[in-house]
Design a protein around this ligand. Structure first.
Ligand SMILES: [Zn+2]
Length: 448
């Protein structure tokens, strides 16, 4: 923590962090934005999100009885919703959720998408919203056999098409930069950063047949990318793996080579001890989503056990909220509640939200994210927080956990570009977009 500190940005990168007076002396020509006593900190990272879930808020499920367990929540809500999404629904759902995230200080999102009525090109639609809004996102389409093998293959192809397109663009850019580099040196940190990435999405073991998993693993080998998959979220997933003759979900997926460096296992509520060790051995990560788990009444993930066994555990929101500050509060409470230990949660939440999320994101984007230091991406937020007690390096986390919420974020910067300033979203007429999103939602609800 630096009192009266500042950050110097050049292009897309941070070039210096220190005392404001020192920075102004060392960079007299830099334009100056006064954060006026507010908190400058790294932008927040969400390692599991569903941008497509926007229209579920307030929606009538048109069913006689409310879903009584997690499988029914999937069948009566999410699988019906995703199948009914058209191109405009996908775009406006994503755009709203991204802007909502910007308003709450989210600068990087790992999205897990489903739209089985509109598979081809769906990731491009989300990518367009991501690029227009200016954040960083890693996208994946959740492959599943739940609507039959043809749809599963089409979903696999959508991941392949999107990832190959990104890889091609990256190579083209590299070649262009090589040519340009010979003529003139580029300015420090300009145009070299990654904002979009792709991973192969898989829904969950219990909706994936062996053949689909085999094809997915072959594609991952070919493209050199890992997976993003819901893992042992509900009891049904564990029971399905046992029925197929495996010890658990991680055990089954391990037979298909799904666990590889960087694969994101989401939830892990029903993971057994030895399965945590498999994740650790394969250098795969676990992502905890406390509010979603509580909302679906599936239980609480073994976060402490996983961290103690060396698994890299990140923190996501699973579409439940865009506000990761809200998630850290709930994660802290859930661990205490589950373990009946007031000491639980504190350290684990810090590691998930402020260390592991940035390490996970850093690997995917091949760039230092979520940290204020020279050379890191200029992804930062300014928070309007007037603490009732003194803030110091030792208690700063306590203030973030108990005092700060997403709506206090005033300014959001990604790659040096100001996406929100003084709570005003840039590049968009926010109220007009919200009104358009509501109009689209009304239309979607009629079709649902
Ligand atoms: Zn999810």
């Amino acid at each position: 923590m630096i009192e009266d500190g500042g950050v110097v940005i050049d292009g897309e990168e941070i070039v210096a962090v220190g005392k404001r007076s020192d920075l102004q002396r060392d960079y007299p020509e830099a334009s100056f934005k006064d954060a006026a006593g507010k908190v400058i900190m790294p932008g927040m990272i969400n390692t599991h999100m569903h941008l497509y879930s926007t229209f579920a808020r307030g929606m009538d499920l048109k069913t006689e009885q409310a879903p009584k367990n997690f499988t029914e929540i999937l069948e009566k809500l999410w699988w019906r919703l995703d199948k009914a999404l058209n191109e405009d629904d996908i775009y406006y759902s994503a755009l709203y959720a991204i802007l909502d995230g910007i308003k709450k200080g989210i600068t990087t999102i790992f999205d897990h998408h489903a739209s089985f009525g509109q598979i081809d090109g769906s990731l491009d639609i989300i990518a367009a919203a991501v690029e227009q809004a200016g954040i960083r996102a890693n996208l994946a389409f959740e492959v599943s056999d739940r609507h039959g093998p043809e749809k599963a293959q089409a979903a696999l192809r959508e991941n392949e098409r999107f990832i190959k397109k990104l890889q091609h663009q990256k190579n083209e850019l590299k070649n262009l930069q090589k040519k340009a580099g010979k003529k003139q040196k580029k300015k420090n940190g300009e145009g070299k950063m990654t904002y979009l990435g792709g991973t192969i999405g898989l829904h969950a073991s219990f909706t994936l047949e062996d053949e689909t998993l085999e094809r997915a693993a072959a594609l991952a080998d070919e493209l050199g990318v890992p997976f993003h998959i819901h893992t042992a979220e509900g009891r049904a997933d564990l029971e399905d793996s046992k029925k197929r003759g495996y010890r658990g979900v991680v055990d089954r997926l391990d037979q298909f080579n799904i666990w590889r460096p960087g694969t994101l296992a989401i939830h892990g509520v029903y993971l057994q001890e030895e399965e945590l060790l498999i994740l650790k051995e394969r250098s795969s990560c676990l992502v905890h989503n406390p509010e979603s788990n509580m909302g679906n009444a599936v239980g609480a993930a073994p976060v402490k056990n996983a961290l103690d066994r060396g698994v890299e555990v990140g923190l996501g929101t699973d579409g439940y909220t865009a506000d990761i500050f809200e998630s850290i509060k709930v994660a802290n409470l859930l661990q205490k509640h589950k373990l009946k230990d007031p000491r639980a949660g504190w350290e684990e939440v810090y590691r998930m939200a402020f260390i592991n999320n940035r390490e996970i994101a850093g690997r995917f984007f091949q760039q230092e994210l979520g940290v204020l230091k020279p050379g890191a991406a200029a992804d930062l937020i300014i928070i309007n927080y007037s603490p009732p007690t003194p803030v110091n390096a030792k208690n700063a986390y306590s203030h973030l956990l108990f005092g700060v919420e997403g709506s206090m974020v005033e300014t959001t910067v990604v790659g040096g570009r100001i996406l929100m300033e003084n709570r005003e979203v840039k590049n968009f007429d926010y109220e007009r977009i919200c009104s358009k999103v509501r109009e689209q939602a009304r239309d979607f609800w009629r079709r649902f």
